[in-house]
Design a protein around this ligand. Sequence first.
Ligand SMILES: [Zn+2]
Ligand SMILES: [Zn+2]
Ligand SMILES: [Zn+2]
Length: 301
Amino acid sequence: MKCLPNEEQLKCGFIDFAQLAVELIERSESNTKYLKFAAVNAQVALELFLKYIYTRNGKVTEIQRHKKALPQNDFVEFAQILNHYYSQRRWSYGARREFVSLMETRNSIIHRAQKTEWDIELATSVVRTLFFIHSTWNSEFGESLFERSYGLPNSLAYNKVWRQGVDSFVDRLAGDHDTEVWTCLDCSQYTVVTGEFFGLNGAEGPEYLICLNCFKSINTEGEARLIKCFECHEESFIVDAYNEQDLQFYVGKCSECGVNGRVRLCRNCDEFYHPINGEVFIEGNYCCSNECAECLSDEVV
Ligand SMILES: [Zn+2]
Ligand SMILES: [Zn+2]
Ligand SMILES: [Zn+2]
């Protein structure tokens, strides 16, 4: 007799299918026939993921088939699961119509050998589906599909399909939440958001800036600070805060206009500032303003 999968089985399932979808989307750049396999894998991952969410929340009966009001050891159709999922939520990391279309595409691929030609909309939809799984899992249960990248940007970061998919996901996320987006200093994509809207293992919390394209992250209360740029005046000048040079200098770079420069850490208020905007030198110390210089000389006296 059929029995329903448990939480662990569903979790292993959606992770495996999602990871394979990532690999296939990467391969599809050089050989477009892989797109159809990526799409099928992403759809299966999504289906298993939604079943996992219901199972983990103890609400599996809501997506079980019923016979004479008795729950059966089987799930309702995926389209019904999708409808139910969206009827319970005001906002989601993915759009329902996109997932309906992915489901229809999957059916065309596996039942009719159709929809197998290259289609950039389908390719980016696969990427957005993977980000939906990652972000929903992360925001609801603190777990994640993708990991923070510590080394060089991963090879995916230079894959065109991946980049376009990530771009469109970030666009929607930023639009819905009216949040700022920065350019990544590692991969140069305009895909960095704060940890308030996107979490990665090892980079969780609003103090992080995370690139969704290459998964690099910086902690703006730790190794880096974000200050206003002296050139373009955006809040996008990133200071390497753990690397003090001579004369209270630290190096930094603007993620918007690309200007490099050295900033100082005020000896009094401990804030970084651009010397070009004015500073005061007093008793061997650099300060950001007259007020800070006065405070500092009061302390010395
Ligand atoms: Zn990046
Ligand atoms: Zn700038
Ligand atoms: Zn100061």
